[in-house]
Design a protein around this ligand. Structure first.
Ligand code: UDP
Length: 470
């Protein structure tokens, strides 16, 4: 019997990393045209027991995609106060023996021919296992080309520049230089810190894989993609395969309430506000956002999370408190007619695709950014952590798809008057209209890139063929 070509995907911990990889897997399976000759297995490193949303998500996988949750790593080996990026990398490193065993068992399969490991950025250490079994290793880079370009240029950068927040750094293929304070937060840590060393090491390892599939497309980041190819062309294949986003939300929490409410709002009248799967604001900033929304007078749908002074605190952990308890006194009553507040989660894809949604106040996570582009929704860029500030710079200064509120120098937060001002800029008048026109053009271009003869489809097919021909 002819064996099926098989690739194993190794996500780093956390549902928000698993989801883009799964969407990527679905695209690959589609290229098989029901020939049943291609298979994807997820080998999933874990820190704690899988959450109920992860279980329901995994139990719903399409044919020819299956999964194996690797044994949990010893929780005592993972200090709880680590930076999320360092923590993800450490969990993957500690899982390598389990991964080795799982790959070994796949290698001896009589029905599957394992040819490659596909990793996410924070699971790039699994490259060691790929090499041990003489397998190809590819990374599915769930963020954009600008961040990829920065990561690939890290080994060559003079690291002393990071200690001066007023300096700027040129990233290959980016027309604007980035102020040091806009760079991903791990590089702002002491050079001798675990956070910095771990991120630096990760960037270095990225160039050792056989290829990187970046979740972007030529009309969105063509210059940067070209520059990455020029800088790394001989050693690393780059495949711009995006935009790969969910077609429907996997977590249906609050779906009925949100859609029902949006159905009763005028076209393009609602500002959707979300800080991704785990972004949080301080109590002071949460209050200011609430008052800014009131001041703007615009309709809004706000996904509220309980406040924290660490913006990524809810990222790899759930929240127990009711977020609505932290809103200013009387806010819910005062905004009842024109605002909807939901705790912790909304079905974002369905919200962005709804005709009543006219703007998106976003933390600029890359999946949210692509989802907004695909659905043609202008953005307010409110980055919090990770590479989100770089995404915000690209969205506002290069692509001009978003406006960005100014942080008040004295208090370090964004004040209500500024919030009301940017909401008006995006929801009313010429600037909002111009952004809407530009984003609509990119939304159309995204459709073309993914269509049969489009650039992203061709890039995806070429890596698919490479695996098929081994
Ligand atoms: N998401 C959602 N509802 C929410 C918050 C997030 O459906 O209330 C989804 C969103 O559509 C996106 C993902 O979670 O697909 C967030 O990914 P992103 O890269 O934007 O941010 P991260 O969560 O990694 O910070």
């Amino acid at each position: 019997m002819e064996k099926k070509t098989c690739i194993a995907m190794v996500p780093c911990p956390g549902l928000s990393h698993l989801i883009p990889l799964l969407e990527f897997a679905k695209r690959l399976i589609q290229l098989d045209h029901n020939n049943n000759k291609f298979h994807v297995t997820f080998l999933i490193p874990t820190l704690g027991p899988p959450s109920s949303s992860m279980i329901s998500f995994l139990n719903d996988l399409p044919p020819n995609i299956d999964f194996n949750i690797l044994p949990q790593v010893n929780i005592e080996d993972v200090p709880h106060n680590l930076h999320p990026a360092t923590k993800m990398r450490l969990v993957v490193k500690l899982s390598l023996p389990f991964l080795h065993e799982a790959v070994s068992s796949l290698m001896s399969s009589h029905t599957h021919h394992l040819v490659a490991l596909v990793l996410s950025m924070f699971s790039v250490d699994a490259i060691d296992v790929a090499k041990q079994f003489n397998l190809l290793s590819h990374v599915f880079f769930a963020s954009g080309a600008v961040f990829l370009s920065f990561c690939l240029s890290m080994p060559k950068l003079d690291k002393s520049v990071f200690t001066d927040l007023t300096k700027t750094v040129n990233v290959p293929g980016c027309v604007v230089p980035f102020q040091v304070k806009e760079l991903p937060d791990p590089v702002l840590y002491e050079k001798s810190s675990e956070t910095f060393i771990s991120f630096d090491g990760l960037c270095e390892r990225l160039s050792f894989v056989d290829g990187v599939m970046v979740n972007s497309f030529k009309d969105l980041e063509g210059e940067t993609i070209r520059a990455i190819e020029e800088e790394n062309g001989n050693s690393l294949c780059i495949y711009p395969v995006g935009p790969i986003i969910q077609t429907e939300s996997t977590n249906k929490e609050n779906q009925w309430e949100c859609i029902e409410w949006l159905n009763n709002q005028p076209p393009k009248s609602v500002l959707y506000i979300s800080f991704g799967s785990g972004g949080t604001l301080s109590q002071e900033q949460l209050n200011e956002l609430a008052f800014g929304l009131e001041l703007s007078g615009h309709r809004f749908l706000w996904v509220v999370r309980a406040p924290s002074n660490t913006p990524s605190s809810a990222y790899l952990a759930g929240q127990k408190e009711d977020p609505l308890n932290f809103l200013p006194c009387g806010f819910l009553e005062r905004t009842k007619g024109h605002g909807l507040v939901v705790p912790s989660w909304a079905p974002q894809i369905e919200v962005l695709g709804h005709g009543s949604t006219g703007g998106f106040l976003s933390h600029c996570g890359w999946s949210s950014t692509l989802e907004s582009v695909v659905h043609g929704v202008p953005m307010i860029a409110w980055p919090l952590f990770a590479e989100q500030r770089m995404n915000a710079v690209t969205l506002t200064q290069v692509l001009k798809l978003a406006v960005r509120p100014k942080i008040d120098d004295e208090s370090g937060i964004i004040k209500r008057e500024e919030i009301a001002k940017v909401i008006k800029r995006i929801m009313e008048g010429d600037e909002g209209l111009e952004i809407r026109t530009r984003i609509k053009e990119l939304s159309d271009a995204a459709g073309v890139a993914l269509s049969e003869h489009g650039s992203s489809h061709r890039a995806l097919s070429s890596v698919f063929m490479k695996w098929q021909n081994i």
